[in-house]
Design a protein around this ligand. Sequence first.
Ligand code: GLN
Length: 205
Amino acid sequence: MSLNVGILSIQGDVQENLVSTKSAIDELGLDVKVSEVKTPDEISQLDGLIIPGGESTTIGQLSLVNGSLKILKEKIESGMPVLGICAGMIMLSKTADDRVIGKTDQPLLDILDIKLERNSFGRQKESFESDISMNSIGIPKFNGVFIRAPSVSDVGSGVEILSKFNERIVAVKKGNVIGTAFHPELTEDTSLHKYFVNLIKASKN
Ligand code: GLN
């Protein structure tokens, strides 16, 4: 059975995630189709989804307007694995306030019980890279690329902390839902994308 993985292509790092996911699939030698998705119909046919980094207010507003926000929430709540990267993790959260401007009342999926601080490490020019580790999912060393990244200030029950940087939580997982503050698609390392593809495969067994 061929699996169907989508990259939400509303705004942000879509192409980079397509390339990383294709490389991960090739390295794993699996029969998985990966494509850009944006309509409710395309989303309804998925076995797994990546919500890329970009600008969460834009991704939220546009997915609300085109009707995909509702089906995204339904699919993820019914068990479809999802990897939310940076703005994607913000989209998955229940509460996200901006570090400087506070409340933005942006549309969120309200799925992952985490409290988020947007732009937690500063502006674009304060972007940085640092080694981080995600030992509990078998990735001891990973190059974290942080661009206007959020951090998680609080986690609800059952949310596993995968990684911290400078005492701040930068990757979390609860069941089928993973969120990272950093951008794995901007590195050559496919280990997180491979982990995610394997999670989708396991969800179908
Ligand atoms: N700061 C952006 C937001 O709040 C996220 C940045 C990113 O995805 N690299 O949406």
